[in-house]
Design a protein around this ligand. Structure first.
Ligand code: GLC
Ligand code: CA
Length: 556
C-alpha cells in the first residue's frame, strides 16, 4: 500500500525570486519566505520546494550554481536559511532543496580551474572535446537555450559541452572524483537537516560516450537521444540514494526531460533504490506541434487525457510514482493554456485543481496557482529577462518569423509568464516589494492572497480542502485509475477504485453547458460530492454541467 507521507502529501513550489521581498531590492528573499510560513501552513501543504538560492551569477536565475555551500547574498545568508529550516520544521513543513548537478556555473571554482588548461586536475570535471575536422563543434547537438551545445575555449582550442545556457558547462559524471564531490556536498545538506532534493534535469547526466551526431530530422533530434536516460544514469542515482537519500530519509523528485514511463518506473520503483518520484513533462507538450515548442498551437483535450492516462496506468503497473502538476517556473500558467483565464478564471482554476488532485501521484502547487494568477502577457521583448525566451526570440526572427508572431508565441509559451511576482495584496506591486520588482508585471490585476483568504469560496480554500482529502483518504494514493471518456474534447472524466470505494472526477473543459451521465454500473450507488466548483446541493446520475464545472464524487 502507498502510505508514505509524501504520497499523500502536497508540495508547494516557491520561486524565491518572485515570492516575497523584505529588503526592497525588488528580489524575493529567504526572509520573505520565513514571513509567509504561516500562510503556507494554513494552505496545508507538507513540503516546500525552493528553486536554487545558492551563490550564482544568475544567468539562469540560480540554476547556474557557483558555490553549492553558500546562499547567494541577494537571497540572504546561511543563517537566514537555517532559520527558515527551523521555523518551517516547527510548523511541520518540510523543505526540499533544488539541486543542479548536471552542470555548474562557469563561475564555479571547478570550471575556473578547468579553464587553466588540459593538465589542470579539475579539467576532467567537465566535458571537453577537440573540434570536428572542419574546426567546428565536436558534434551537432543543440543547446536548450538555442544554438550549438558546444562553446569553444580559445585558450585550449577545445570545446566544452553546455546542454543549457552557455554559462552552464555540463559536468562529467564519468569522473569518479566528480561523483564523490557531489555525494559529499549532498550529504553536507543532509547533515543540515533538509528533507530532500528536487534534482534538476537529472536524467541528462550520463552522456553517450561516443557523442554521435544527431539526424536533426525533427524537432526532437537535437542530440537528446544520446544523453536522456543515458547509459549510467541509474547507477549514479542508485549511488546517490545509498550515499545520501537513504541515509537522511530524503524525499526526492527527479526532473525528467523527454523520458518514458519505462525509465521512470526504474527511477522511482522503491526496490531499485533511486528516487521517490519522477516529474515528467509529456502532458506539457500537447501544444507542441510536431514536438516544436516555439510554435503557436491550441491543445486538444483528447491528447491531454491520453498522455496523462498513459502515465497513470503505466507508472501504477510498474510500481513507479508520479509527480502531478499543471505548471512550474518553466511553463506558462495552466489557466489560459488548458482552460480560461478570463470570464471563467475562478471556475477554471478550481476545475484544474480538482482534476489534478483526484489522480495518483504526489500533487504540486506552484506559487500563485492557489490564487489563480495569470500569465505575464508581455508585449515587448525588452520586458523579458529570461535567457531562454530571449534566445528563442532571436532564433525565431532568424528563422523568418515576424516580430509580432514571435512575441505572440512567447506570450503563449515563454516560461517567464509564470515568473511575475506573487500578488499578496492591493498595495503597490501587490505587496511583493517596496522597491522596483526585478520582473515587472504589466497588467493590473486585483486577484490577491489577501482577497482569497477573506473569501471562504476562493480557490485557496478549494486547494486547502483537496490537500486534506488526499491526506485523509487512502483511495487517492492507492486507487486504480480508469479514464472514462477518451474521445470527448469537452469532458475530462475518470474513475478511481480502492477497497470497494469509488471516486469519480468529472470536468467540463468548455464554456458551454453539457450533459453528463454517471456510468450505468454506478446508478444504484449513493453519491456524495467531495469537492465542486459550483454550488450544488444534490447530485443525480444525469447532470447538466455548467461552464468549466468540475465535480469530485464519492460513490458507495
Ligand atoms: C531545469 C530548470 C530550468 C533550468 C534548466 C537548466 O529545467 O527547471 O529552470 O533552466 O533546468 O538548469
Ligand atoms: Ca530582497
Amino acid at each position: 500500500m502507498n502510505n508514505e507521507w509524501w504520497q499523500k502529501g502536497t508540495v508547494y513550489q516557491i520561486y524565491p525570486r518572485s515570492f516575497n521581498d523584505t529588503n526592497g531590492d525588488g528580489i524575493g528573499d529567504i526572509r520573505g519566505i520565513i514571513e509567509k510560513l504561516d500562510y503556507l501552513a494554513k494552505l496545508g501543504i507538507d513540503l516546500l520546494w525552493l528553486t536554487p538560492m545558492y551563490v550564482s551569477p544568475q544567468r539562469d536565475n540560480g540554476y547556474d550554481i557557483a558555490d553549492y555551500y553558500a546562499m547567494d547574498p541577494q537571497y540572504g545568508t546561511m543563517a537566514d536559511f537555517d532559520e527558515l529550516l527551523e521555523k518551517a520544521h516547527a510548523r511541520d513543513l518540510k523543505i526540499m532543496m533544488d539541486m543542479v548537478v548536471n552542470h555548474t556555473s562557469y563561475q564555479h571554482r571547478w570550471f575556473q580551474e578547468a579553464l587553466k588548461g588540459k593538465d589542470n586536475p579539475y579539467r576532467d570535471y567537465y566535458i571537453w572535446k577537440d573540434p570536428a575536422a572542419d574546426g567546428g563543434p565536436p558534434n551537432n547537438w543543440l543547446s536548450k537555450f538555442s544554438g550549438s551545445a558546444w562553446e569553444l575555449d580559445t585558450a585550449s582550442g577545445q570545446y566544452y559541452l553546455h546542454l543549457y545556457e552557455v554559462g552552464m558547462p555540463d559536468l562529467n559524471w564519468e569522473n569518479p572524483k566528480l561523483q564523490e564531490e557531489i555525494y559529499q556536498m549532498m550529504a553536507w545538506w543532509g547533515e543540515k537537516g533538509i528533507d530532500g532534493f528536487r534534482l534538476d534535469v537529472i536524467n541528462n547526466i550520463s552522456k553517450n560516450p561516443d557523442f554521435p551526431n544527431d539526424s536533426l530530422a525533427t524537432a526532437q533530434d537535437d542530440g537528446r537521444k544520446f544523453y536522456v536516460d543515458g547509459p549510467h544514469v541509474h547507477e549514479y542515482l542508485h549511488q546517490m540514494n545509498r550515499r545520501v537519500f537513504d541515509k537522511y530519509h530524503h524525499v526526492t523528485v527527479g526532473e525528467m526531460s523527454s523520458t518514458t514511463p519505462e525509465e521512470c518506473i526504474k527511477y522511482t520503483n522503491p526496490e531499485r533504490q533511486e528516487l521517490s518520484m519522477a516529474f515528467n513533462f509529456h502532458h506539457m507538450k500537447v501544444d507542441y506541434p510536431d514536438g516544436k515548442k516555439w510554435a503557436s498551437a491550441k491543445y486538444k483535450l483528447t491528447d491531454l487525457k491520453r498522455v496523462m492516462a498513459e502515465w497513470q496506468l503505466k507508472m501504477a503497473e510498474g510500481g513507479g510514482w508520479n509527480a502531478l502538476f499543471w505548471t512550474n517556473h518553466d511553463q506558462p500558467r495552466a489557466l489560459a493554456r488548458f482552460a480560461d483565464d478570463q470570464a471563467y478564471r475562478e471556475k477554471s482554476a478550481k476545475l484544474l485543481a480538482i482534476i489534478l488532485f483526484g489522480l495518483q501521484g504526489t500533487t504540486y502547487i506552484y506559487q500563485g496557482e492557489e490564487i489563480a494568477m495569470t500569465d505575464a502577457n508581455f508585449t515587448d521583448i525588452s520586458q523579458y529577462d529570461d535567457a531562454e525566451s530571449r534566445n528563442a526570440y532571436k532564433q525565431m526572427l532568424t528563422d523568418g518569423i515576424s516580430e509580432a508572431d514571435a512575441l505572440q508565441i512567447l506570450r503563449e509559451k515563454s516560461r517567464e509568464n509564470s515568473r511575475i511576482p506573487m500578488q499578496w495584496n492591493d498595495e503597490k506591486h501587490h505587496g511583493f516589494t517596496d522597491g522596483e520588482p526585478w520582473l515587472a508585471p504589466i497588467h493590473e490585476d486585483n486577484w490577491t492572497v489577501e482577497k482569497a483568504l477573506a473569501d471562504p469560496d476562493s480557490i485557496f480554500y478549494t486547494y486547502q480542502r483537496l490537500i486534506a482529502l488526499r491526506r485523509d483518504r487512502d483511495i487517492f494514493a492507492n486507487g486504480d485509475f480508469k479514464l472514462l471518456d477518451a474521445k470527448s474534447e469537452i469532458i475530462y472524466d475518470y474513475e478511481r477504485q480502492w477497497n470497494g470505494e469509488t471516486v469519480i472526477v468529472v470536468g467540463n473543459f468548455s464554456a458551454e453547458e453539457v450533459a453528463w451521465e454517471l456510468p450505468a454500473r454506478h446508478h444504484d450507488k449513493t453519491l456524495q460530492i467531495l469537492e465542486s466548483n459550483y454550488p450544488r446541493e444534490d447530485i443525480t446520475t444525469n447532470l447538466v454541467l455548467q461552464p468549466y464545472e468540475a465535480l469530485m464524487i464519492h460513490l458507495s
